[in-house]
Write a protein that binds this ligand. Structure first.
Ligand code: 8YV
Length: 311
């Protein structure tokens, strides 16, 4: 039996490319550059990365029925355009929740306790020559505000609750949460009441700029922003200006507007902790994400219900 033709978009490790090639005839290249013959045969795209995939790409693949996104966030894919063309979209939720929440908490603690700077203090022998590192502020017991209490936001909140942090969260409507958690609809209103603002929103136009200048100002000189969602969710220009002037105390960032080359002004700031969009980047989780992407492809080609549909 001939294997179905699948277009791979993005960088995959060998374990994914080998598993995909075992089940499908895999192709590479921009949809518009495949040539009419091949373009017509492609029925599914295994999509990875953050480069936009919109109507133009979809129309270049007239036989396309599925875009299987590698990642929980599918903001790079124009889902509305896909739905209008009868193209299904899937993502990879749940399997990465622990890792993303772990990194958010790790970043929060590392930035609060200056773990990167203190590591340099030891390496540069400043401990030996100048003495102990300056005293910092405590993390446990501080007030945490989670912007977006989806699966990942909830996992972050549960972890921070174990640090005795009172939990606030934003969502359109109150959620089923432990007693004592405080619900807000407006991130800026919540920001005025917390020490840590942790952004766990989905990306896309609906959440663009939801963390406004006003919210960052309300968080204030003692406050810290943690972002593991998408760069688009925060007013990055305002964030940089406020960090520069110390009107915002600190930021711990895994995501940026310009990836993989964030705004150079961020690289100059000592009140910022930077990570290379790596919240889901463990071997276990990336293997599970690849497996879920392939499970969705297999379901599609077998005409079974998709495992994790988006539309
Ligand atoms: C990406 C992510 O999938 O899941 C998401 O939404 O942002 C990441 O896990 C990863 O960077 C591969 O593109």
């Amino acid at each position: 039996m001939t294997k179905p033709d699948v277009l791979l978009i993005g960088d995959y490790p060998d374990w994914d490319t080998e598993a995909l090639a075992a089940a499908y005839t895999v192709h590479r290249g921009a949809p518009e550059a495949l040539g009419a013959d091949l373009a017509t045969r492609i029925r599914a795209v295994a999509f990875k990365g953050h480069a936009p995939f919109g109507a133009g790409q979809m129309d270049a693949l007239p036989g396309l029925g599925l875009i299987a996104n590698f990642g929980v966030g599918y903001d790079a894919v124009d889902v509305e355009a896909a739905t209008a063309r009868g193209i299904r979209v899937t993502n990879t939720p749940d399997v990465l929740t622990d890792d993303v929440a772990d990194l958010a908490v790790g970043m929060l603690l590392a930035a609060t306790r200056h773990m990167v700077q203190a590591d340099a203090w030891v390496r540069q022998r400043r401990w030996a020559t100048e003495g102990t590192y300056p005293l910092l502020r405590k993390a446990s017991g501080k007030r945490a505000g989670i912007v977006g209490l989806g699966r990942i936001g909830r996992a972050i909140a549960d972890r921070l609750a174990a640090f005795d942090m009172p939990i606030s969260y934003t969502s359109r409507a109150p959620k089923d949460v432990p007693a004592g958690w405080t619900h807000y609809t407006d991130p800026a209103e919540m920001a005025a009441q917390v020490d840590y603002l942790v952004v766990a929103l989905a990306g896309g136009p609906e959440t663009a700029g939801l963390v406004t200048r006003q919210a960052l100002e309300a968080l204030g000189p003692e406050g810290m922003l943690v972002n593991i969602s998408r760069g688009t969710t925060v007013d990055e220009e305002a964030m940089i200006a406020l960090l520069q002037s110390r009107k915002l105390g600190a930021a711990a960032l895994d995501v940026f507007l310009n990836e993989p080359d964030p705004d150079p002004r961020l690289l100059e700031l000592d009140n910022v902790l930077l990570q290379p969009h790596q919240a889901s980047a463990t071997v276990e989780t990336r293997q599970a994400m690849g497996q879920l992407q392939r499970d969705n492809l297999a379901a599609f080609f077998a005409d079974r219900p998709l495992k994790t549909p988006v539309n």
